[in-house]
Design a protein around this ligand. Sequence first.
Ligand code: FPP
Length: 246
Amino acid sequence: MQIADIQPERLPRHIAIILDGNGRWAKKNGKLRQQGHKAGADNIEVIGDAMIEYGIPFLTVYAFSTENWKRSTEEVSYLMGLMKRYLMKNKQDALRKGIRIRVIGDRSKLSDDLQVLIREMERDTKDMTRLNLTFAINYGGRDEIVRAVRRAAQDVKQGILAPEQLDEAAFSAYLDTCELPDPDLMIRTSAEQRISNFLLWQLAYSEFYFSDRLWPDFTPEDLLAAIQDYASRERRFGGRVKEAKA
Ligand code: FPP
């Protein structure tokens, strides 16, 4: 099976992934949890390259949730350091490969230096178009919706927005994902079958795919299997097959 065997119109345009299983991978391989996260971060690059090879332009990964602050101080600071190192190390690579990097989530709670690195990465890669790689960092779907409601309410208060104007499309523009299409396919690794507060609004009509692989073990071939499975599904968007949008 190759990507070319799938009809192009059946390919997903946006894949969102819950990267789960780094800790279990470390345990299984007799390594420290931190090494599991490092292997997980390295695998984002491998899967990003596969997305480019397969011609799928949007990848969004759940790197740190609003609930992940509950982990030990050591683990949280290791993950924050890993993100900083990633942003410092990968800019040239992103520019060479044509990757635009964005971050969604409440970045105001991140350290100042991480915020600066994020801003610079977003600014410097903004003209790249081959792959739109979005990291969800300090991200929670409910939190994103609440922040969006707050901004919309502020605009109503200031007379910029009339309450009747607020429909689904207008509301989407207040979300962190305002520049992204909704995911067509959501993948979660490591055999868990939960949404864990990821993209609650945006996943309304997405197809879900659950893989038994632990995230650091998830390969381009596994990604292809998920895409192939997606391509075989009939998406109805709440309508009947012949009325389907795609
Ligand atoms: C879930 O594994 C994974 C996370 C909470 C973090 C995901 C983060 C990365 C892959 C690295 C982020 C780095 C960059 C560069 C964005 P888990 O720890 O919950 O695994 P377990 O359930 O097996 O313990």
